[in-house]
Design a protein around this ligand. Structure first.
Ligand code: ARG
Length: 592
């Protein structure tokens, strides 16, 4: 199994060679190669080089053309306009390239990144004893895809689910449970029924949360006991910890049921919540104070920034320790950085967190830099995502103005998708309809989230998401299933590449796009941009549709070699769709 050099990379290399032969003083100059509508590629780099060398660009272009010797790869080079090159590659090169990809299993010729490192990705971070909402959809779905894309490039990825499992509200919850030992009820009876168990866990957590809050707000003595309980918790008192653990465990039953429905795999050992850094907090503060990075201000330990001011114009510091001695979100995140850099040996820290937390991360990263925990060799990035909006363009809320429960959204998407699958199904059993319905519904939700750039807000519109036409996962899933059906039906033809055959325009366009898969994955990994992969896959499905309209594969049956080559194109398209969708975390059912 070997990685495949893309046609783009090969053409680029030939052009760069010809350029330096034609203009030695230019050294290793970039021909600026792009895919183009006029020919397969256009090179625009000669203009600037000619200007620099005070040469006539068209003359230089002509000279470069005369230096290109790659008859197997390039069939035509034409000088156009003021000195562009239009380049056409041979049909043979296209088919041979695809054949090499097809021989490379699931990797489809995609090379591993030259320099792989270790990235710790902080993603899917719900909060204990709280309902998951649409914001947690985003940090789960985007995080899941980015992890898969990075791993595919050979990066070592460590996931960290920084769940909210610590803080003052746990004093209230634990105290309440001590005083009302049966309030959480018992573990859901049938743990195998994941959804029911999750629902039951969440509803008792909700109940305890509400009841204890009412008490906390109305009963001063309870409030005092709850506050004392926080101190016990942070001091590691065993009884307090054991009860706190019940809240965590019960919440995990719920989290896992949601992640399961969302078809996102989470591993228990990667769940290291805020509590996981408890032992480091005091030391983190001591180190910051000793080094002068943080200073005491009105009793609180603060880090100041010239460019961060509150609405009143006064500096607005990052508070690492409150004046009452309590540690907050910043102390935990700073401790997590120390753990991730020094213990996990990360050279990249990635945080898939709501863009509304970007000031927090800006200050946390800057503090860690000042403290020397983040050095020049370590990159820290927040992949900040935008807000999910309702159809009215406002942050998504229920009609009653409450935040929408993630699980309700997912159920609705699955219901809608199941209806579509049922309508189109010819030979599917009820069980199959349910399974496909879930794959289509969840795919639709994920794709809608992943197909726009993460920083942008987007509207949660189920009608659009499950539409069969347009830029949706359903469209891609149907394209995939249609190809599978063709492959099943073609019983006297097998996919086989025939590099000697001339290709139709639609075949070339499809082939050249398939060639770009590796570059697309590399770019999506480099920029943490799954939407680039989504756009690529959508275009792949569109080019396939055109090809399928213009170039009959089995009906009416073309000559055997053409049929084999077309079926080969079908097969590699399907495999690329499948792999690409898998990197987005979306299933591609074989039949729909
Ligand atoms: N639990 C937080 C939330 O629900 C997200 C945590 C983000 N990660 C972090 N290291 N601060 O918004």
């Amino acid at each position: 199994m070997a990685s495949v050099t893309s046609l783009t990379a090969s053409v680029h290399q030939r052009l760069a060679d010809a350029l330096s032969a034609a203009l030695p003083e230019a050294g290793a100059a970039d021909p600026l190669l792009r895919r183009s509508d006029r020919a397969d590629y256009q090179a625009n780099g000669i203009l600037a080089l000619a200007k620099k060398a005070k040469a006539n660009p068209r003359e230089l272009a002509t000279k470069v053309v005369s230096e290109i010797t790659a008859p197997d790869l390039i069939s035509e080079v034409e000088v156009s306009g003021p000195g562009f090159l239009n380049i056409t590659v041979t049909d043979k090169a296209i088919t041979e390239n695809l054949a090499a990809r097809a021989a490379d299993g699931d990797r489809l010729g995609v090379p591993f990144a030259e320099k792989a490192g270790t990235t710790v990705v902080d993603w899917a971070q719900p909060n204990v004893a709280k309902e998951m909402h649409v914001g947690h959809l985003r940090n789960s779905v985007i995080g899941n895809s980015v992890v898969k894309i990075l791993e595919f490039t050979g990066e070592k990825v460590v996931s960290r689910h920084h769940i909210g499992d610590w803080g003052t509200q746990f004093g209230m919850l634990v105290q309440y449970l001590i005083e009302h030992p049966d309030a959480l009820g018992h573990q859901a009876a049938d743990a195998s029924d994941d959804t029911a168990a999750g629902e039951e866990a969440m509803s008792s957590l909700n109940r305890v949360y509400k009841e204890s809050k009412v008490l906390f707000d109305s009963d001063e003595e309870f409030k005092t006991r709850a506050r004392r309980r926080v101190v016990d918790l942070q001091a590691g008192d065993p009884e307090t910890l054991a009860i706190w653990q019940r809240f965590v465990d019960e919440s995990k039953v719920y989290f896992y049921s949601v992640f399961n429905k969302l078809d996102v795999e989470i591993h228990d050992e990667d769940i290291v919540g805020e509590s996981g850094y408890n032992d480091m907090l005091a030391e983190t503060c001591r180190l910051l104070e000793e080094s002068g990075v943080a200073v005491r201000s009105n009793g609180a330990l603060c880090v100041f920034f010239d460019d961060v001011k509150g609405p009143d114009g006064n500096p607005s510091p990052l508070i690492v320790q409150k004046s009452d001695g309590g540690f907050g979100y910043a102390a935990t995140d700073l401790s997590a950085i120390r753990d991730r850099v020094f213990n996990l040996k990360a050279d990249t820290l990635l945080y898939v967190v709501d863009a509304r937390q970007s000031l927090h991360f800006k200050m946390v990263f800057e503090t860690a830099r000042r403290a020397g925990w983040l050095t020049e060799d370590v990159k820290a990035v927040q992949l900040g995502f935008g807000t999910v909006l309702g159809k009215d363009g406002k942050p998504f809320k229920t009609r009653e103005g409450e935040t929408v429960r993630l699980i309700d959204l997912l159920d609705e998407a699955i219901d809608r998708a199941s209806a579509i699958v049922r309508e189109k199904a010819q030979d599917l059993s009820e069980e199959e309809i349910a399974e496909r319905g879930a794959q289509v519904g969840i795919g639709a939700v994920k794709y809608a989230d992943l197909s726009t750039s993460a920083v942008r807000d987007y509207k949660f519109d189920l009608d659009q998401m499950v539409s069969l036409n347009g830029d949706t996962s359903v469209y891609l899933q149907y394209a995939y299933a249609r190809i599978q059906s063709i492959l099943r039906k073609a019983d006297d033809v097998s996919p086989k590449a025939h590099p000697e055959l001339e290709l139709a325009d639609a075949e070339r366009a499809l082939g050249l796009h398939l060639d770009q898969f590796a570059e697309t994955v590399a770019e999506a990994a480099e920029e943490y941009a799954p939407h680039k992969l989504a756009a690529y896959l959508y275009q792949l499905a569109s080019l396939y549709t055109t090809f399928y309209d213009k170039c009959p594969v089995i009906k009416p049956k073309p000559p055997q070699d053409i049929a084999e080559n077309r079926l080969f194109l079908c097969d590699i398209t399907a495999r690329t769709l499948h792999q690409g969708m898998a990197l987005l975390g979306i299933r591609t059912p074989e039949r729909l």
